[in-house]
Every structure is written in structure tokens, then in C-alpha cells.
Design a binder for this molecule. Sequence first.
Ligand code: ADP
Ligand code: ZN
Length: 515
Amino acid sequence: MITSQKLHETLKENFGFEKFRINQEQVINAILSGQDTLAIMPTGGGKSICFQLPALLFPGITIVISPLIALMKDQVDSLKANGIQACYINSSQTDAEQQSHIQNLINNKVKLVYVAPESLSYLENVFSQITLSLIAIDEAHCISSWGHDFRPAYTNLGYLKKRFPSTPILALTATADKATRKDISKQLNLKEPKSFISSFDRKNLSLEVRPALDRVKQIVDFISAKPRESGIVYCLSRKTTEELAEKLQKAGINAKAYHAGLDSTVRSKTQDDFINDDCQVVCATIAFGMGIDKSNVRWVIHYNLPKNIEGYYQEIGRAGRDGLPSETILFESYGDVIQLQKFASQGLNAEVQLAKLERMKQYADALSCRRKILLSYFGELVTENCGNCDICKNPPAFFDGTIIAQKALSAIMRLKELEPLPVIVDFLRGSKNAYIFEKEYQNLKTYAVGADISWYDWNQYIIQLINQGYCEIAFHQQNKIRLTTLAREVLFEGDKVQLTTVQKNTVEKTDTKEL
Ligand code: ADP
Ligand code: ZN
């Protein structure tokens, strides 16, 4: 039996941490007592320690099965930096490299070996020559076709329990839904596994989304009201981090920029200053935060919309690690959405990335408790509204927006679904700009039918119509707004549309050029 004190010493000596995070110690105890274990923790919850620490205490070798070849090197490097002997074996290596690692395994020179499931067969001949103390299966949801990331290579892992019946297996995942959980245990043949499920809920973080009008001023006002509280402003681009830091400095705020393009000495200085409270605000790309353990970050602001909810959740999670109330604000701008959509559609795995962005956008546009949406994304169902998000604190009031919707949708139709949002708004408002005249839009029906509603309000109403599925943005075609079948029901069958009032002066005017 290993005492809690011994576990804490091992944690401190080898990883430099003072305390265990939620469930880490319990998971470690279960494994050390030889039990099969299922650990469900949110991303960033600290899953790695759950197998890295026991690996140090066991006499033999710990195998870590991980699908992410790209991350293996990082993990192994950071273990080595902590003085822990580890290696990885995957298909990216030469035969000679693999042989040398295998030799080290046989000579008991490493404590942990990372293997991709496809590469497990390389170890077949070695198994008889080593003591296997623990099998850790990271991203264990990949074994289940119920999960969001099924990988065929994982399905073979079920044989491990049969082959090594007395070696404990630790399955780890951030996917919490029940069906997947059960399926993981079943497929891996776990023996009466002990499950540890960490909640994804961080009640101490308030959630707020604001339209991105005059973001810089809003941020300056926010920070100036709390001069002793430190926080992070996440920005999409390196350039924005620098520009924003400069603007904040001009407003008398102790702010610095941080991104991967900066010199490493500059970066580590900024990081140290932030941790030591010598720098109040860091304007950073998402490169900032990994591995930074500062418990008193009081707020996190997203200057731009994050690419997906996983990233957003991880970034806001850097606030309030001490459990004290902390604030998070997300600025939503139409321009950001368009830009992110462009990135996503040009990048790898475009379809999935676009779908994830869509979920992010739905979260930002939510008209019901945001925490519910966030938690349900991670498979945690809650029935109560949280009371600590902007929607709970200030529920939107709906009104019958059918006439407004009819005007907007018919404008889109008159413009033959050929124009982007700003032109539609100009058209509705009867704007006399050059483009309208050039196209002779002033002669079409519906021109100027919405002159009584402001530019900002129109913008917001149409975005609401997009979010409710009445029209859509054709991203591959200059962001032209098109109608959906739902629109026809509003235009021709008298379907009613609910809209919410727009908060005055808080909506960004989107410049056509920005799009
Ligand atoms: P996950 O795999 O669950 O996403 P990681 O194992 O990568 O999470 O851990 C996330 C971060 O938290 C890492 O930077 C890690 O060093 C840090 N961490 C893990 N456990 C602790 C702890 N007990 N105290 C402080 N930091 C920790
Ligand atoms: Zn709420």
C-alpha cells in the first residue's frame, strides 16, 4: 500500500506539482491496487499523470497506447525533460530506431513506452522478455463506434486483457457519454472496472457572449474596473495580439503579447511575468496556456470566436483554477465567423472542422442557458439552468418578427440570392450608394421597405434568421445569402418567426471590405 504522502512526493519530485487535480489520486490508487480503471476527464484535466505517475512506482514497464503519433514525441520529450525514461514506437521510425528502443525495453531502461495501436505488433516478440506493469489506453473512445472518433485499429485492443489478464488496464477519455463509456469497458474486456468521471462543469466561471462592437474599448473598460486581477485575451492572429497589447498599454494597462512567432526568451519572460503577477494581461494566440498553471487567472476574454467548443472550453478553463468566481467573455463578430469558415474549408478535414465551427457559432448565438449547451456538448446532461451565464441572468425577450422576416427574405429573393449581408441591409434601408445604383437595385420591389430599422438592427435580425435556418451564407460564393426551404414557408405560407430585440449600440457594423 502506497501512502498518499508518497504519492504527493512522487508528484512533486517528478512533475513539480504540489497537489493532485480532481480524481487523479483516486485513479492512481485504483491502478496501483491492480484494478482495471476507466478515467473520464475533460481535456486539460490531467489524464497523463494518471498513468505516468504509477509507471514510476511499478517495477515493470507501462505501455501507453495513443492514436496521435504527432503527440507522442512531445509527451516523450516532456517526460525526458522531467528525467523520466520513456520512448515511443511508431511507423514514422526506421527499423534501426525501433530496434534500439526495443533493446532498451528488454534491458528495462525505460519506464514508459508509447505505441500507436497499429504498431503494437512490433512489440509481440518483446512481450515475453519484459514485465508489463500497466497498459494505459489514451483516447479510449476511439475503440467505440458510438464515439466521435472511431478508429478501426483500436478494435484489436480487446485482446490485451486476454493476453495479460493480471495486468491492470487504464482507459482514458474526455468523451463522457454513457453509451460510449459502457462500450469502451466491454470492447476492452475490462474486469469490473472502477470508473472515475470528472464533471466538466466549472460553476465558478461565468459565461458571457457580447457582440464585437468596439471590442477594444469594451476590453479596456472591463480591465480598468479590476486593476488587480490578471487575465488572458485570446486572439486569432499573431498580429492582433501585438496590436491589442499595444492599445491596452496605451490605455495604461500592463499588457504583453504572446504568440509562437516571438523569440523563445521573450515568450518565457512573458510567461514568467504573468505567473509572478508582474504582467497583468497577456494578449495571446492559443499557443499560450498549455502547461501554464496559474491558479488566480480571474478572467479570460476571447477577442475572436474560437474554432470549436473544445478549444473554447480549454481556454476559458484557464481562469479560476483556484475555484473562485472568474469571468469569461466571448466577443462574437460576423466577420470572424466568415474568416474562420474560410480557414476551415481550406484546411484538413474541412467537413468536420466546419461542423465544429457551426456548433461554436450556435453556442455564441444561444438563446438558452449557455452552460447547458457547453455541458451537453461534452455529454453531460443537466436539467437546471446555471444562473451564471448571460442568458440566465438576462433572458432574451422574443417578439413576433414575422413582418421583419418577410421583408428581409423577400429582399434576398429580389436580389436573386446573389448578394452578401451588407448589400441586403443597404437595399432594405434604401441606401443610395454607388453599388446599389450600378446594379439598378433601386428599381426593384422591396427596395427601402426597411428604412425605419437601423443598419445595426437589420444586421442582427438577418443573422438571427440565418441562425434559425431561414437563410444561409454561401461561403464558397462570396458569402451570398441564399434562402432555404423554410424561407418559402414564411414568404408564401404565413409561417410566424420569433426574433429577439437587439441591444442598442453593441453590434458591430460589418464593413463589406472586411468580408
Ligand atoms: P489531458 O490529457 O487530460 O488533456 P494533460 O495530462 O495533458 O491533460 O494535462 C493538462 C495540463 O495540466 C498539463 O499541462 C499538465 O502538466 C497539467 N497538470 C496535470 N496534472 C496536474 C496537477 N496535479 N497539478 C498541476 N498541473 C497539472
Ligand atoms: Zn445559464
